[in-house]
Design a protein around this ligand. Structure first.
Ligand code: FE2
Ligand code: FE2
Length: 233
């Protein structure tokens, strides 16, 4: 897979690879050709209200909502990680492994944060209206629920916490890639590049969204990989 950014950035943030234009198109096609994962009841308990409140179709406002909650499990894992490092501080091998997970969780939170900032910027530029209940209160409640589900699951059965996040990321990946396919006009809207220094600059909003969709796939694969790794006790 090509991982050279079309417009290399000066970013020092670790995170998913930035793809060039052809690789972004291929990534989109791969997502569209891949069936969605089978979502658990817990995942559907979050997707359903989001669809009811923001519509089944993708939109920048719906994506902003999804990005507010996307960061939550990484925050929960980071907090649990600090607790585990403290617990295993006398066992350097374990402490190091846990610390590496913390670093990853922080990088993923930063990546999700840029997705949110980019969505908010696109919403502002399009002059889309936001509603206090739907775009402030509801994301807070869903994030609160997701945060507690994430850390409790992580305590009891870490694989389930990673699996739930993989489902969430798979959902996000498909939402972005399908939205780009359904809105060909996005190819003709230039990427405003508001966060170009931190996130890269793309030829169009379509490519910017493809890159975000690919990030979600990377997050999904990382979570699926984490499910295979031995539990730290
Ligand atoms: Fe995201
Ligand atoms: Fe993600």
């Amino acid at each position: 897979m090509t991982i050279t950014a079309e417009h290399p950035t000066t970013t020092t943030h670790p995170g998913p690879p930035k793809l060039d234009r052809d690789a972004l198109r291929r990534a989109q096609q791969e997502t569209l050709d891949t069936p969605r994962m089978e979502y658990s009841l817990l995942a559907r308990m979050m997707f359903k209200p989001v669809d009811l409140m923001y519509g089944k179709e993708g939109s920048f406002t719906k994506f902003a909502m999804l990005e507010v909650i996307a960061r939550v499990p990484y925050q929960a894992w980071e907090r649990m990680g600090y607790w585990a490092v403290h617990r295993f501080r006398t066992r350097s091998d374990l402490a190091r492994r846990v610390h590496e997970r913390i670093v990853e969780a922080r990088a993923d939170q930063d990546n999700e944060q840029y997705h949110l900032l980019i969505m908010e910027d696109l919403i502002d530029r399009q002059g889309l209206k936001r509603n206090f209940l739907l775009h402030r209160v509801a994301p807070w409640f869903i994030s609160f629920f997701y945060y507690h589900v994430s850390w409790v699951l992580f305590m009891v059965h870490p694989k389930s916490s990673y699996r739930l996040n993989a489902e969430f990321e798979d959902h996000a990946e498909h939402e972005y890639m399908s939205f780009v396919a359904e809105n060909p006009d996005l190819e003709f809207i230039p990427d405003p590049g508001t966060y170009a220094d931190e996130y890269g600059r793309y030829r169009s909003v379509a490519d910017l969204l493809r890159q975000i969709g690919h990030d979600e796939r990377t997050h999904k694969l990382d979570s699926l990989q984490s499910m295979q790794e031995p539990r730290v006790r």
